[in-house]
Design a protein around this ligand. Sequence first.
Ligand SMILES: [Zn+2]
Length: 474
Amino acid sequence: MKIYNTLTKSKDSLEVGDDKRINFFVCGPTVYDLSHIGHARTYVSFDAFVKYLRLKGFDVFYLQNITDIDDKIIKRASEMGEKPSDLTKKFEEEYFKDMSLLKVDSVSKHARATDYIKEIISQVERLLENGFAYTIEDGIYYDISKFKDYGKLSRRTIEQAEDGTSRIDESVKKKNKGDFCLWKFSKEGEPKWESPWGDGRPGWHIEDTAIAESFFGAQYDIHGGARDLIFPHHEAEVAQMEAVSGKSPFVKYWMHTGFLTIEKEKMSKSLNNFVTIRDFIEKHSPRILRFLALKSHYRSPVDYNEKNIDQIYQELKKIDRFVGSLENQATQDNPSKKKETEETVVKYKEKIDETLQDDFNTPVAIASLFSFISEINPKIGASDKKTINEFLENIDKVFGFIIVPPEERLVEYLESSETGNQANTESHIRELAKMRETARNNGNFGEADDIRKKIEDKGYSIEDTKEGFKIKKI
Ligand SMILES: [Zn+2]
């Protein structure tokens, strides 16, 4: 398996020990607000990646931190008149809710920063002892001029690093402009923990290395995150841990996900185009979001626009129609087709595997899935059905958008109402009407019209009123 490594700027072979253990860390959320769909993109990508590694027999320990203390949290809590710990508890729950809807369930351990204060203090102590940190009036800072490799991950020189200080802690008393805070002394009324240097709270970067060290030791295999975290966040992590341990590299492979844009624009509060996972799911579904995330390569940008979403609906319908039609296939064996089906399945299994081995190229793998669907002979027998289902179920362990309950299929009722029994007709019509409404809401008027015709063919009429649609028997 090859993965693109930000540290070496090349596609590197994934090499691990004989036990096939992979220690994997991804930066988790800062829980002061709902997560947006840019976060979803990153978390879905790494979830699918970890599931694929596990499918290949790797023993992946997936660790994710939860930032439940930082300046943004304190500010938001005071705006809301809440205790910071109440605010973070609430948004941590919301985060878990979003992830569960998106089927992001591969994380082995979520570690809250505030549960690792002892470990954080120990790292700061060691950095002070070996001369990489210094104390000034508002806190303890990391001295980037002491770490000769500073900038090796983001390929910045110290000077360039100092230019990009927008997210780096501001303090006029710092030795270098790019120095970042390890421990911040608390002001009146702020959350605080005891330390040998006075009450305070951890800086942002130190929690990740302290948490990772307590699970993995000084070095581990893969660190993932969104690409905007490369600098300063991940650069700071490298500087901290390698200075603490004297061992290099701190992490062997660094993987970074591309940005998610909205109609080609960067998502931002000021442009008022901020879409939370919750907003998206309400309008579409978690399945559509998961597909959107995996339809692009994890390192490429993803654009959320109507055209893209419309295409996703069409593609998912193709899948649903195929899965649905499998159910209606013969219950008899068809020996003449058996060999052909098996060969096709093996061919595509290998194809998909090959593309996923190559830097986890999900869009090409998804394209292969569609070629498979068009290539497989629809007139198959019962045992072929089993072979195909097993194949689909297996790749869906990674993708998570192929197999859905029949009632969530986008085309189920269009097909099954043809053969559905009389008792179910009314509920089929109702489902059709709901689908038509969804199509209309998404601006797919042609499709809405087709569904209306289906409804009329079944002897019903549909009327749109202010309160919604009304169905009448003709
Ligand atoms: Zn992080």
